[in-house]
Design a protein around this ligand. Sequence first.
Ligand code: ZN
Ligand code: ZN
Ligand code: ZN
Length: 347
Amino acid sequence: MAQKQRTKPTLDAAKLRENALTSIRLGVEDFERSQGGENPDPARALSSIRNLFAGVLLLFKYKIASSVDHPADAAALIFNPPEVLPSPDGDGGVTWQPVGRFRDTTIDVATIKKRFDAFDIEIDWDVIYKLQSCRNHLEHLHPAHTLGEVADFVAELFPILRDFIRDELEEEPAAILGEAWQIMLLHHDFVAEIKEECDEAWAEAGVPDGMYEWLETCKCSECASTLLKPDQENIDAGETVESDDTRFFAMCVKCGHRELIAPLLLEALGKAHSYDPRDGEEPTLERCIECDREAFVVEHQACLWCASELDYTECEDCGEALGQEDQDNDGRCSYHAYAYEKFMRED
Ligand SMILES: [Zn+2]
Ligand SMILES: [Zn+2]
Ligand SMILES: [Zn+2]
């Protein structure tokens, strides 16, 4: 076993912690410069995401490393383990052996999650995955189009970091992150306040009940912020999203961009119902025959926009479930509608 010890990389947990905090501080600094003041610098938005993501992962690794007493165990948890391969034991059986040595790369998000699960450490992974996917697509993003998205991330990351630092590291975020923490805190509260204003305004905007939950997913097409508000002019004119969708606008609180809200809502719904016909999948969303919007959910046989449901839900001859396309057949499936018509003609 002496050889195995020798091949394990060593690990300096204090250094991990220091690098994590530096990275998060830099990320927040980049964030502030990307957004702020007289000369916002959109290019900084990208390095902000890069630094924040790296910092958060380092902090997670630090937690894992400091959950065990022995530095060798800490290293084994943080570095990618050797591959485990089967080898025949010459007697018709097989044994599984680690091959080679611990690699000099450290574990990724998926493995960090496995370590956390093993140590009963809970995190809102959805936010981390969102940050990760944004990080992975950085190269394809236009900096200006991510300003709002970065602002959302910093706000969403705040409670996660706060709870993690307090509950898991048992430290005070303000004490270890200094000014960066104050910036995050102010930004988070600011966003929470605007979000509440937006929610209250949408509640008065006559959004179809079935579409309401999709507001959450709508993003400004200019800056990708989710802080959208109904246009006050539409509200003042007594218009509603449901019946005046061709002229009901959303305003981006972040960048001031104004666009129709209905296409954003329907796009959000459509994305959740995307399917791949090449995999033999069937569409789960249809164009509604009543309101002509792509909002008819096949599973529920009802339209989320106009709430219309089917007049005929099953064939009166064979009991087969009927869809929108069968509604002209007076309650029969296409086969029995044809048979019935033929029978009537012969009569
Ligand atoms: Zn915007
Ligand atoms: Zn409809
Ligand atoms: Zn039938």
